[in-house]
Design a protein around this ligand. Sequence first.
Ligand SMILES: NC(=O)c1ccc[n+]([C@@H]2O[C@H](COP(=O)([O-])OP(=O)(O)OC[C@H]3O[C@@H](n4cnc5c(N)ncnc54)[C@H](O)[C@@H]3O)[C@@H](O)[C@H]2O)c1
Length: 333
Amino acid sequence: MIELDVPLGDRTYPVLVGHGARHRLSELLPIGVKRAAIVTQASIPVAVDPDVEHRVFAMGDGEDAKDLGTVEDLCRDWAQWGLTRGDVVIAVGGGVVTDTAGFAAAVYHRGIPVVQVPTTLLGQIDAAIGGKTGVNLPEGKNLVGAFWQPSAVLCDIEVLGTLPPREYRNGLGEMAKYAFLGVDHLADLPLDQAVAACVRCKAEVVASDEREGGRRAILNYGHTLAHALETAGRYDLRHGEAVAIGLIYAAELAKRLGRIDAARVAEHRHVVGSYDLPMIVPGSIGTDEVLDLFRRDKKAVTGITFVLDGPRGIEPVVVEDRAVLAAALDATR
Ligand SMILES: NC(=O)c1ccc[n+]([C@@H]2O[C@H](COP(=O)([O-])OP(=O)(O)OC[C@H]3O[C@@H](n4cnc5c(N)ncnc54)[C@H](O)[C@@H]3O)[C@@H](O)[C@H]2O)c1
């Protein structure tokens, strides 16, 4: 079992990564907990035993279920059961479950502890680490949320065995991102060590900038184009697949801005290709449409902000030149 910490002073918490990590749940519950509310989805074949009185609360599947209605349902069910601030919420699922249950835990009784048991690869290396919780509004994704750090995270490699192949690939897109955030030889590591390396990287970034005042934005590497493709909505792309294309675009853009050389672009193509992820922008999306979607990105405050590689490493960069943005897009088609 690989044991890591997300170092946040008196809110520091452990992350266990390994085969069977979920069986360590009871020893990681906050001291004095009497009851555990387990939040999961009917389709997730992962049972956990907190070794205290517990009930299972099933929520719906997909982004539509990640909403305020589900948060209200969970909080009302917990209130009717008598869950208190001395108890715990245990989220067992992918990012949809960990984000929603984490947010419900953040607001129920003004905050009760949550233990995250991510069951997707994306959840283990990204969504369940770092304390961002939240839900969608009809107006947009993740528009309501809170920073609420878990008291522990259990990344059980065994549970990934039942993930549909497409969901596994989805996680590989985010994994490819970490290869450019300083995690070396990621593709050569056994899965538990690769997950742990990504967790260590995210933990270090989160510890340095918990509330995304600056550096945490580097975790959005590859995401500006990814969000544009997802917002356009006409493509059969999972988030991680869109990020993979976004990584190639970010490299092509950085090269045109003189920040990296052709060899570094080739490295991006090699890493993304080695995970068998898509690298090409769908042909039917027009350049003008993409550039307009960039402008609507959450990070576009003073111009279009990209997270780009360069001599000082990965950092946010404002890009205004439409011709450069368009040329990089052509190179990604
Ligand atoms: N909070 C953050 O920092 C953060 C970071 C990245 C992504 N996210 C969020 O994460 C969400 C996406 O998460 P996701 O990709 O894990 O998708 P998901 O939670 O929708 O899970 C994908 C599918 O896999 C199923 N599933 C989960 N675990 C399984 C298992 N072990 N076996 C079989 N099926 C299983 C789920 O029921 C679901 O149908 C998005 O809403 C995104 O906004 C949050």
